[in-house]
Design a protein around this ligand. Sequence first.
Ligand SMILES: C[S@@+](CC[C@H](N)C(=O)[O-])C[C@H]1O[C@@H](n2cnc3c(N)ncnc32)[C@H](O)[C@@H]1O
Length: 735
Amino acid sequence: MRLEDLMERAAQYDENLARDIKDYVHGRKYGLVYEASKPEFVRMWKKPVVRGDIVNILPPRGVMEDTKNEDDPSEIVYKVISISDGIAMLRNEQTDETVTAAVDDIVALARFDKPIYAGLKETGRVERGGDKPYHVVINGENYHALQTLVYAYQGQVDCIYIDPPYNTGATDWKYNNNYVGKDDKYRHSKWLTFMEDRLRLAKKLLNPKDSVLIVTIDEKEYLRLGLLLEQLFPEARIQMVSTLTNSRGVARENGFARVDEYIYVVQFGESSVNRLPLSDEWRVNVKEDKRVTHLRWSMLIRSGSHFLRSDSVNQFYPVFVNNDGKSIHSVGEPYFGDNRSEVVPPKGTFAVWPLRKDGNEGNWQISNTNLRKLIASGFVMLGRLSKGTVPIYYLKKGEIEKVNNGTYKICGHRSDGSIISETEVRSLVTGTQWRIGSHDASIGGTSLLKSIFGVSPFPYPKSLYAVHDTLRFFVNDKPNALVVDFFGGSGTTLHAVNLLNKEDCGQRKCILVTNNEIKEDEEISLTAQGLRPTDEKWDNLGIARYVTWPRTVCSIEGRDIKRKPLKGDYGCPIETYQEYEGEIIDPETGKKKRKKLFEKVKKPFYPELADHKMSDGFEENAIFFDLEYLEPSVVSADLAFDRIAPILWLAGGCKGKILQRQKGYVIGETYAVLFDPRYKTRFVEAVLENKEIKTVFIVTDAAERYRSLCAELPGYRVMQLYESYLRSFEINAIG
Ligand SMILES: C[S@@+](CC[C@H](N)C(=O)[O-])C[C@H]1O[C@@H](n2cnc3c(N)ncnc32)[C@H](O)[C@@H]1O
């Protein structure tokens, strides 16, 4: 129902009511007022059409649908009344007229106001990461994929990064199968409806205690998006960054060339921007923290309170130091006797005990096993040998974290094996204006894709480094972060997560969702050949299959699409001008003169990544799924478990095998499923035996049974699967 129609109708009955509506709408100076568009639908191309389905009639093969025209026949929706001999009897939902059409020429619709049942079908995998968790790429409509993810990861996602269609008025996105053109009166309403439906689901995924939503956008929709975000996330802190994406500029008629776009950062709970060691480009407009600080080494001997030996008897043990006082030989066991001299140090060493200045016995701050680990990592340092003993220092957790996240760079080791760090704090929190050369989409986006595919297969990829840098402000300190991008496009976000993992041996996991749209020109040419979606030739040209998945595989394997080793490294060499002292002939005097000159050089933008050859690939695992729509009758007859199994595996943490149905129960690496309650006792035993299992599913309609299993498995995430499965996987309609 359009707002104007509503006001017109209201005016026929009650002028005051019409005026009130008008005042309400136009009087809202602040906040976003828009007309929610008609419920969205997507075509479920692969679902066999059955009686009761809502469908579109397709034009005959070889004929294009006029998807730019709002009155396009694809807008007409029919209900299937019966099917016989390949012919469907259909009722027009608007006019009630009945028509017939060949079953081959109709396609079922999933309307967002009606429930559907989704499943996942594996279509490929790449495994180079040993027992690391898998990244996941889902080919499908993101609204339904998000609903599926909510089942598995409600409140668990650390970071969502999205680069949605910008609603440019060109053919950059479709709403209900129609391209939304420049002249569409409702194009902003459609875009907002589209975004709102998905952002509401995104909100359910994000961890309310500590997470971030990052949305990129350009000048076409940044205002409306900003208001929508404020409206949907009143509890969050929102900032907008302006970021350079194209240094050459995109011409705007009679205007400035556009060189940048925007990044909304929506932070929840305790989320904070990480201080990072950043290059000079990031320092523009930021007041630099010039303080020089050092790593803080703490005395190993406890001071303050609880410093007596009797306060912590296990932490009274000897540390054996080599006689020259320059290195630690070994760490002894806790000593419970009262004559320390009976502990004989290994040959060539002396024992250092936690003795206080007054000679009394104290205790060390950490256990002997922990100390051994820290020594091995270089986090224990000896002081100067004096009067037959040495003070011992160690790094506390917070300082170790600063070493691990690069705040302090390790530049060497002492003779005792302890790390030497750069002293100055080079890390900073940057400002809201980013002018970073490597973020130029042509450098880190298009050229990178060309190196994999030989051609540029995707119109607007983000720069890999732009995504990498944006993510690391939020997940650098979270080596197990879960990152989701539900407008995955060419797969840049997953690639960036791999780069982050490579830098610090992290196990971050990325879930990408993207649909299998094909480019408009290809759509025209394939249609002319009599093809449609679901025909293999057509589907193989879609983004998910043609770009996202191959890019993921190629970058992990370090090979291009022809299986040749990728060239180059991840240092991102960029042409820049370097200053040097040169000689010129002075035109006036004719004499040689020294002068500062500039030469063009190629320098890695990220010197620390220059060692990482693209051909090395990544030690990561990834899996590719198609989102499928399941027929309720098939699900309720329990014939769809193979499509539901991957969803349980997602919820279980994406590790190990995807568990298939078995008699009684099945135990996996990180999750387990009880199919038959008669096997409960054996099941519980098996779960308790396997320490890695954290998530458990029980198939039952009986709430009592479910509760009793919860009671037997305290501390586990126990999830109920209804016997029919239907309610578990019913993807809710809007509202
Ligand atoms: C702007 S691109 C993202 C580009 C990506 N950041 C990159 O670097 O390659 C948006 C992508 O979202 C996909 N998309 C648009 N609407 C979608 C939907 N409803 N469900 C799933 N994917 C969708 C489009 O096919 C397109 O590939």
